[in-house]
Design a protein around this ligand. Structure first.
Ligand code: NAP
Length: 337
């Protein structure tokens, strides 16, 4: 029996609308023992991602739903506490799907060793992790921005959007962000170097986009869906590319989500709209990681994390994403480093 006590957050009901505390239960059990080829990871931070809401729903998606009674699925970063595989040693810092719990047993091959001297650990769950890779592949592979083009990013102050906008600046595009509130808008322009920001909570998005994108939108990186997607579609330039990265405005709708009405703009403008899941790019993660780390070390890529303390805050902390209360990549600190 393991010497470690493992607090776990389990999904016990499929949420309707926004998650509730009663959709989860916290239990304590002995941590598992790593079998051959496995490691035991002491989880230090877990990642809170909008996609988690979709993972709680029954039905077909790009990944199986979290089962009722199972530990809530989550990305995380932690320290190897015991190893039964030569590729990882006790003390190594690793990133992978740890779940919302104190200790995770995982195949060693499913954990990525990272260098903790490169950046603060939560950053490996943000700009130097899955959200950064999402921005990298979504923008560059699907968006294919060219110098001088106008790129519009929704969710611009968030984990994915902030990186996508900065990469577009690195590619010498004109970048317009859409975010909620003056603080986030100021952040993307003054700190991150976007050319303009639109506060969708206080401005008319259509009017502001027409002002900031007089020649139309060449690339729209969509993190929010809903009304904003419809407005962006109506303002596309010829041969525009629309990247469907996410639709956070729709994830808590108990009924069917609102789809785009203005899709014929694709026809009129000979434009393209394409969705993706970052996992499709797994074989190219090393390329993306190298580029992101290089830009960060070169001072061209800035990042911000929003750290909340305590595993037991998970249900409430997750709601922050859907209320726009996070400012930067949202993580929960599970244990001291
Ligand atoms: P995030 O932007 O760090 O946090 C979520 C933000 O979404 C909130 O802070 C809030 O910012 C905004 N938001 C919440 N409700 C909204 C609403 N009703 N309308 C407009 N904005 C709203 O989250 P993230 O991790 O970077 O994820 C951003 C998007 O990327 C999500 O849609 C996510 O599902 C998607 N994603 C996709 C992939 C993929 O593989 N395709 C991978 C990772 C993430 P404001 O304060 O500005 O409203």
């Amino acid at each position: 029996m393991s010497a470690f006590e493992n607090r776990q957050c389990k999904l016990i009901a499929r949420p309707s609308g926004m998650v509730k505390r009663s959709d989860f239960e916290f239990v304590t059990a002995p941590a598992g023992e790593p079998g051959p080829g496995e490691v035991l990871v002491r989880v230090l931070y877990v990642s809170l991602d909008p996609a988690m809401r979709g993972w709680m729903n029954a039905g077909r998606s790009y990944i199986a739903p979290v089962g009722i009674g199972q530990v809530m699925r989550a990305g995380g970063i932690g320290r190897v506490a015991a190893s039964n595989d030569p590729s990882l040693a006790v003390g190594d810092i690793v990133v992978g799907m740890t779940g919302v719990q104190d200790y995770a047993v995982s195949k060693a091959k499913d954990m990525l060793k990272v260098d903790p001297r490169l950046a603060p650990l939560p950053r490996f769950l943000g700009a130097l992790g899955m959200p950064g890779l999402t921005a990298y592949f979504g923008l560059l592979d699907i968006g294919q921005p060219k110098e001088g083009e106008t790129v519009v990013i929704s969710g611009a102050a968030g984990a994915v959007g902030a990186v996508a906008g900065q990469i577009a600046k690195i590619k010498n595009c004109r970048v317009v962000g859409i975010a909620g509130g003056p603080d986030k808008c100021r952040y993307v322009t003054t700190e991150l170097g976007f050319d303009a920001a639109i506060d969708y909570k206080h401005e008319d998005v259509r009017v502001a986009l027409m002002r900031h994108c007089p020649k139309g939108i060449d690339v729209y990186f969509d993190n929010v869906g809903g009304e904003t997607l419809d407005i962006a579609l109506s303002l596309l330039a010829a041969r525009a590319r629309v990247i469907i990265c996410g639709a956070i405005s729709q994830y808590n709708h108990p009924e069917a989500i609102q789809g785009p009405r203005n899709y014929l703009s694709l026809l009129i403008n000979h434009a393209r709209m394409e969705g993706f899941v970052v996992f499709h790019y797994a074989a190219r993660y090393p390329e993306g990681m190298q580029a992101l780390a290089g830009w960060m070390l070169g001072g061209k890529l800035k990042a911000r994390e929003h750290v909340v303390e305590g595993l037991e805050t998970f249900p409430d902390t997750l709601q922050m994403l859907f209320r726009g209360e996070n400012f930067g990549k949202l993580v929960i600190k599970v244990a001291d480093e």
